[in-house]
Design a protein around this ligand. Structure first.
Ligand code: AGP
Length: 611
């Protein structure tokens, strides 16, 4: 996510703003910028780190007691100097910084261009500030009212700060869907995306609510109103958390924070893509849809957790969209001289967008004429730039080495792709399509509900933290989930674990079963549920310890298992998004209990940029 900081008061703003950006670096970003109001409205910004920004402006005018600064996590527009924030309005009388996604920015941009506006960046943010200025000019209203009118036209999420060259005593802020905190000091105000940059100056904060605009003046006036022009009384809270806890949003580790972010990250992954008219639109690959629809075969290439997401994709696309799919480890694919033709579509999946094997596999497939699409989480990453087109997962920065929210976001994009292909190729009835479409919309709240098993999963972790081996078993859509659950446990707790198709157990692994062997079954009441129940009985007959992920209300498995973890009812193809959550939590708690380094496990890197 982007980072926002702002200041107005008697002190020089520059050192406070730069230090604030450094407090927010943990959020992940690709460029940084600052605006300072003194004699003029000075904006300095560049791609890279805060240190690069400091070097860039070391000889510039950094005076001013009112300012704002921003670290950008690119969602629209490559990470570069031009797309970095702050963005000027056309007159350069206004400047804005923004965290969020303006979904209808293209429509607004076209209207503004038709009214003579020119744009210098590819961002949705610049559209917003140009819209505000357009309203001031054409509706003859003041800045505060223009902001309110503009935000009523915006669809999407925003946390914004706006400064006007002509008003050296006011900061204008607003939020919807992205957090914004106001710190109240002695004759000074602080702004930030979270309380981390504020806590050292004041413990008195106001968390803006959605669709609220705050007008903050140097004389101490602090007014809040809604975008529907309703006055609100600021609710001042006392900060309790310390700095380290604040960076992790109050969680002990980034991994747990990111597990709990999944309702929002999946909402962001579908935002603007499940359209009110019932269409599924993946804008980034629209130009390649015919290639996809007519593909002889889809080849998914990835590594690690992303490969597991790709395996879910195979089940999804073949089952729902009826196109042959194969999933390849990129590290194997790149060297085995595969048969690839121009009728093949390759989909590369990568959270970091920098995995060396995946990048090399892309180049090899491209050289053989395949169409290459990407599913990445980092805008402008090497893999994103190496593909012909792609879809960003919009999961936000994933700091923990163990991939959690990126996995569910990747699966979400593959679900949308399968549904889009199925509908366009006529492989799904209207009623089934709308049934699936609606069920996808319910997933964020079903994940929220699934997260409520955390305390119970922690009890299970306490019971099995000493196990030397685990077996994870699943069938169909949840066979990849078994693999992913095993990988999570291995990389976070260093316990050996294997994932297997449940039916495969009889071909060897069943020899491992004894009273020391915890066996995790993914057993939702969908697909081959009865077969999985039989597999559970086979393990029970051999005194294996059974932990089962079941659909809420299940009774058959409850009679057999030592522990059952319930997930909400959903369509079979959506069960991986829910079943994964308890497995992420299980590996997390066992890892904590074993004293492992959760966010930086031994031997691992967040992005494997070497072979
Ligand atoms: C997953 O928890 C691991 N961190 C690892 O397997 C990871 O998924 C793999 O290295 C691929 O990374 P990517 O998605 O950034 O390409």
């Amino acid at each position: 996510m982007c980072g926002i900081v702002g200041y107005i008061g008697p002190r020089d703003a520059y050192p406070i703003l730069i230090k604030g950006l450094k407090r927010l670096e943990y959020r992940g970003y690709d460029s940084a910028g600052i605006a300072l109001l003194n004699e003029g409205l000075n904006v300095y910004k560049c791609r890279g780190k805060v240190a690069d920004l400091e070097a860039f402006i070391h000889d510039k005018d950094i005076s001013g007691t009112l300012g704002m600064a921003h670290t950008r996590w690119a969602t629209h527009g490559e990470p570069n100097d031009v797309n970095a924030h702050p963005h000027f309005s056309q007159s350069e009388n206004l400047a804005i910084i923004h965290n969020g996604i303006i979904e209808n920015y293209q429509t607004l941009k076209e209207e503004l261009i038709n009214r003579g506006h020119q744009f210098s960046s590819d961002t949705d943010t610049e559209v917003l500030i140009q819209l505000v200025e357009d309203i001031i000019e054409n509706e003859n209203v003041e800045l505060e009212e223009a902001i309110r009118i503009a935000l009523n036209q915006v669809v999407g999420a925003y946390a914004i700060v706006i400064i006007s060259k002509d008003d050296k005593d006011t900061l204008y802020v607003a939020r919807k869907g992205s957090p914004l905190v106001v710190g109240i000091g002695e004759n000074e105000f602080f702004l930030a995306s979270d309380a981390t940059p504020i806590v050292e100056y004041t413990k008195n904060v106001v968390y803006l609510d959605d669709e609220e605009i705050a007008i903050i003046r140097r004389n101490g006036d602090f007014k809040i109103k809604t975008i529907k022009n309703k006055e609100k009384t600021p609710y001042i809270q006392k900060l309790e958390l310390n700095l380290s806890a604040l960076e992790k949003g109050g969680f002990d580790h980034f991994m747990l924070k990111e597990i709990y972010e999944q309702p929002k990250s999946i909402l962001d992954s579908i935002r603007g893509r499940l359209r009110p008219n019932g269409e599924v639109i993946l804008g980034g690959i629209l130009d390649y849809e015919q290639k996809i629809f007519n593909a002889r075969r889809i080849i998914i290439i990835a590594c690690g957790t992303s490969w597991h997401a790709g395996l879910v994709g195979e089940y999804l696309i073949e089952d729902i969209a009826r196109i042959p799919v194969e999933v390849e480890y990129a590290s194997e694919f790149r060297y085995r001289n595969p048969v690839i033709t121009e009728d093949d579509v390759v989909i590369a999946i990568s959270q970091s967008g920098e995995t060396a094997d995946t990048l090399a596999a892309i180049e090899m497939a491209k050289s053989k004429g395949a169409t290459i699409l990407g599913i990445c989480n980092v805008v402008g990453s090497s893999i994103a730039r190496a593909t012909h087109a792609g879809v960003y997962t919009h999961a936000g920065p994933e700091i923990g080495v163990a991939s959690t929210k990126a996995f569910t976001a990747q699966v979400t994009i593959l679900i949308l792709l399968a549904l889009r292909i199925a509908r366009k190729k006529g492989h799904i009835t209207q009623s089934k399509y709308h049934q699936y479409f609606h069920e996808i919309e319910l997933i964020p709240e079903k994940i929220e509900k699934t997260l409520m098993v955390n305390k119970f999963v922690k009890e299970i972790a306490e019971k099995y933290k000493g196990a030397r081996n685990f077996l994870y078993l699943g069938r169909g859509y949840n066979f990849p989930v078994a693999l992913e659950g095993a990988l999570k446990l291995k990389e976070i707790s260093y316990i050996h674990a294997e994932g297997y198709p449940a039916a495969e157990m009889k071909h060897g692994p069943i020899a491992l079963i004894d009273e020391e062997m915890p066996v995790v079954f993914i057993a939702p009441n969908t697909g081959t549920y009865e077969k999985v129940v039989s597999n559970i009985e086979e393990v029970k007959a051999r005194k294996g310890k059974i932990i089962a992920i079941v659909t809420e209300g299940d009774t058959a498995v409850r009679r057999l298992a030592d522990y059952v973890i319930e997930i909400p009812e959903t369509e079979e193809f959506l069960t991986p998004l829910l079943a994964t959550i308890p497995l992420q939590l299980l590996s997390y708690h066992i890892g904590v209990m074993r004293g492992c380094n959760i966010d930086q496990p031994r031997n691992l890197a967040k992005s494997v940029t070497v072979e």
